[in-house]
Design a protein around this ligand. Structure first.
Ligand code: SAH
Ligand code: SF4
Ligand code: F3S
Length: 441
């Protein structure tokens, strides 16, 4: 059988990248294989993100580019998948160049949707499901380094943070059967993978319930850790509300569970946190950080921060900066607040912080983080870490690149190692983004 060609481009979060691997698996069964060359595609999918205005803007720009391709090749089909398909179904439907629209829970219907487009119709499925987890679909790791992989363990989000579209684009929370997760982790290890990242928008609210009992996230983590001591485990993203002591204890009890936690704080001001509907205060968050330090003194902590949320004062902003300093994050994703229609914030509050002020505050946050990252890296100079090699360094073919348990990138010279090897590396120098070292025996 000869395969038709699929070109797929993914925007947004790790969940979306993981979903694209499910999509490619379904497409393989439908007679399509992935190509890296957009010109030779029979069908193009864009897996989209709605989380901020500029995320959507990037997709609109992409679509503009694709329109000209379609003019040259009228047989080409273009599909919009993911969160923008869900949020902007009507607007997408009106786009002439778009043939197919599929929301995050409707990828099993792609074969049917594609047949409809081949008959010249526009095809849409944006139904959200309360059950779909794609549990038994074997993701195709089409853009992989062969060493690290994502495993999606739960879908959806019901936290309804005031600023966020995700509960609307991804629907209800649901967890995946742990047996299928363990099976996927085991198969990945056999194929040579050495690290898995368990994914969910609120991964630590994972819960699988049957008549014979239930498995929570700590339980799941333990089960995956037992697959093989040579398989590293990470997870993302954790909501502070669900970061239990039980989970921290499980992490501290297994060497192969990496000692780094991504714990988005969003703001350091309790007043803003309440408006954001985050359900914790500054003090409560600090107590969770102290719990992490108690169980794992050397665990690194990274975060997400939003600058210029509705009504944020200079004092609120300073509280964010001081909390960053207090925690000493090793890494942060930092954003200007971007109003999304239909969210609680869009309906209830005014987006009243001028763009220049958001920009100035974001700049100060980025500046602070650069210093914190550098300080965190500087403390590692002289230490030796076990590094899982992922590939060559971007800057030089003579340098390998990998990460340590703390999720820090380490580059070091060497030709005797290959991706998938664990190597002990002594750190000799650093920048704010990278540790630099040399292999030691
Ligand atoms: N589920 C994860 C991540 C969700 S999206 C969590 O709860 O942490 C990733 C990040 O995007 C969020 O943590 C937040 O910092 C940011 N974000 C979400 N909506 C936003 C908006 N409307 N404007 C700016 N940043 C936003
Ligand atoms: Fe959005 Fe909040 Fe859910 Fe994260 S927890 S996805 S920020 S609603
Ligand atoms: Fe974006 Fe959807 Fe992920 S909005 S951040 S792709 S869940």
């Amino acid at each position: 059988m000869s395969f038709k060609k699929l070109y797929i481009e993914t925007f947004g979060c790790q969940m979306n990248f993981s979903d694209s691997e499910i999509v490619v698996s379904i497409m393989n069964d439908t007679g399509y294989e992935v190509t890296g060359k957009v010109q030779e595609a029979d069908i193009i999918f864009i897996n989209t993100c709605s989380v901020r205005e500029n995320a959507e803007q990037r997709v609109w720009n992409k679509l503009r580019e694709l329109k000209s391709l379609k003019k040259k090749n009228p047989g080409l089909r273009i599909g919009i998948l993911g969160c923008m398909a869900e949020r902007l179904k009507k607007k997408m439907f009106e786009e002439e160049a778009v043939d197919l629209i599929a929301g995050p829970d409707s990828y099993r219907s792609l074969p049917g949707l594609i047949s409809a487009t081949l008959q010249g119709q526009k095809a849409v499925n944006v139904l959200l499901s309360t059950q779909e987890t794609y549990a038994e679909i074997d993701p195709v790791r089409y853009d992989s380094n062969g060493v690290t992989a994502f495993i999606s363990v739960m879908r959806g989000c019901e936290k309804f943070c005031a600023y966020c579209v995700v509960p609307f684009t991804r629907g209800r929370e649901r967890s995946r059967d742990p047996a299928t997760i363990i099976d996927e982790a085991g198969k990945l290890f056999e194929k040579g993978y050495r690290e898995v990242t368990l994914l969910g928008q609120n991964v630590n609210s994972y819960k699988w319930v049957t008549e014979n009992g239930s498995v929570n996230f700590a339980g799941l983590l333990e089960m995956v850790a037992m697959v093989n001591p040579g398989l590293r485990i990470r997870f993302a993203t954790s909501h502070p509300m669900d970061l239990s002591d039980e989970l921290l204890k499980t992490m501290s009890g297994h060497n192969n569970i990496c000692k780094s936690i991504h714990l988005p704080v969003q703001s350091g001001s309790s007043r803003i946190l309440e408006l954001m509907n985050r359900n914790y205060t500054r003090e409560w968050y600090m107590a969770r950080i102290e719990a992490i330090r108690k169980f794992m003194p050397d665990c690194t902590i990274s975060t997400d921060i939003i600058a210029g949320f509705c009504s944020e004062t200079e004092e609120d902003h300073r509280q964010t900066l001081s909390l960053m300093e207090w925690v000493g994050y090793n890494y942060a994703f930092m954003f200007k607040y971007s109003e999304r229609s239909n969210t609680i914030a869009a309906r209830k509050y005014r987006d009243d912080i001028p763009d220049e002020v958001k920009g100035k505050r974001l700049h100060e946050i980025i500046d602070k983080q650069r210093k914190l990252s550098y300080a965190s890296n500087k403390k590692d100079v002289g230490k030796t870490f076990e590094v899982l090699v992922e590939g060559f360094s971007r800057k030089s073919k003579h340098h390998l690149s990998g990460r340590n348990t703390h999720n820090k990138v380490i580059v070091f010279p060497g030709k005797d190692y290959k991706p998938g090897d664990y190597v002990h590396v002594k750190v000799t120098d650093c920048t704010s983004a990278t540790l630099i070292g040399e292999a030691v025996e």
